[in-house]
Design a protein around this ligand. Structure first.
Ligand SMILES: Cc1ncc(COP(=O)(O)O)c(C=O)c1O
Length: 366
């Protein structure tokens, strides 16, 4: 692939577009803030890299004190292990011979932990791990109210017993993602709902311990619940991901972390006084959680996107001075899906490019 990467030192206004711009000071402050909060609450951090999809950021999170990372898919985990991240949890179900073979291959060179909710999956993981002479860490996923994957407390005891007796597997504990609460705008409601979810998770851990089985890991939390879930007795680690860059949606929940993410575009057409057309479209910014907010210039807002174009409303005299070649910077409402569209972050400090940071985990959804 031919790269057209700008050199370090390139001013923001000269970056080739459309591109993702990361405010490095903000992202680094976010990493430090979550780690400091976790240290103060007495829990570990195992950040979810489904947001950043990049070993560069995973290594920064680990250097700050994280005990490893989470990856949503085997493909993301392969990217991390290849780059030398040696402790990876997949808080998700890995189903099917092909994926399990890749997972077990990873477990031969890294410490891998995977979630399960089905007895048949435990059998398949055990067979593959023992045949390969590998050891796979396994956690049981508990449905804490999100109604996505996971069993309830009673189902968890049986699964834990099965894992303990399964060759090639190591029972590590439990996970339960309270995803139905993390973006709740009202703090008191978020707290009440997240605590309710965590009672289900810690209750399941108690049931398993009562059956004589050791539960080391009790893993949970998204960005919106980091300081709620992190204070629940019995939770051992946080899986937050979005906090690293934040996005428009999360900034409506709170501003505990700084906005670090934007998409930069260039005006390519000016035919109407109050409309500019820029070179960013659905191939470079996602809209699954709504239209992005324009952060520069002030007075501009997005009207609509097509694949390679976006129409931008210019609502005042100052913004209407925008010319062909000028830049428009927008903050996506959903970071994860926007980042998945790009090969690089352009990391900027003091208005200048410091590093083009690869995103090798993008598109690794298998
Ligand atoms: C299982 C799991 N854990 C953690 C997270 C991280 O959540 P957040 O993006 O709110 O930080 C997610 C997000 O989708 C998730 O699916």
């Amino acid at each position: 692939m031919t790269d057209y990467l700008p050199l370090p030192g390139t001013p923001l206004e000269e970056l080739d577009t459309p591109c993702i711009v990361i405010d490095l000071d903000a992202a680094e402050a976010n990493i430090a803030k979550l780690q400091a909060a976790a240290n103060e609450m007495g829990v570990d951090v195992r950040p979810h890299t489904k947001t950043n999809k990049s070993p560069y950021w995973a290594r920064k999170q680990i250097a700050a004190g994280a005990i490893g990372v989470c990856c949503a898919k085997v493909g993301e985990a392969e990217v991390m292990v290849e780059a030398g991240v040696l402790e990876v949890m997949i808080p998700n179900q890995v189903i099917g011979k092909r994926k399990i073979a890749r997972l077990v291959a990873l477990a031969r060179s890294a410490r891998i932990i995977v979630a399960v909710e089905a007895s048949s999956n435990v059998d398949d993981l055990s067979e593959a791990a023992s045949a390969a002479g590998a050891e796979l860490g396994v956690i049981v996923e508990i449905n804490v109210g999100m109604d996505r994957c996971g069993v309830d407390g009673d189902g968890a005891v049986e699964l834990a017993r099965q894992i303990v007796g399964a060759p090639g597997l190591r029972f590590d504990g439990l996970m339960g993602y309270e995803g139905h609460t993390v973006a709740e705008r009202d703090y008191e409601t978020r707290k009440t709902e997240a605590e309710k979810a965590m009672r289900i998770l810690t209750g399941a851990a108690d049931q398993i311990r009562a059956a004589g089985i050791d539960v080391k890991i009790v893993s949970a939390a998204g960005t919106g619940t980091y300081n709620i879930t992190g204070r629940v007795a019995g939770v051992t680690e946080l899986q937050c991901g979005s906090y690293i860059f934040m996005d428009g949606d999360y900034l409506e929940v709170f501003n505990d972390f700084k906005p670090a993410l934007s998409v930069l575009s260039t005006v390519i057409s000016r035919q109407k006084q109050d409309v500019a057309i820029v070179d960013m479209g659905l191939k470079s910014i996602s809209i699954d959680r709504g239209l992005a907010e324009v952060i520069s210039p002030p007075g501009a807002s997005i009207i609509k996107h097509s694949e390679e174009h976006t129409a931008v409303r210019l609502s005042d005299a100052a913004s209407q001075r925008l010319k062909v070649g000028d830049k428009v910077q927008a903050r996506p409402t959903h970071g994860d899906t926007t980042i998945n569209l790009h090969d690089y972050y352009f990391g900027v400090r003091n208005g200048k490019l410091e590093a083009a940071i690869p995103i090798p985990g993008r598109g690794k959804f298998r």
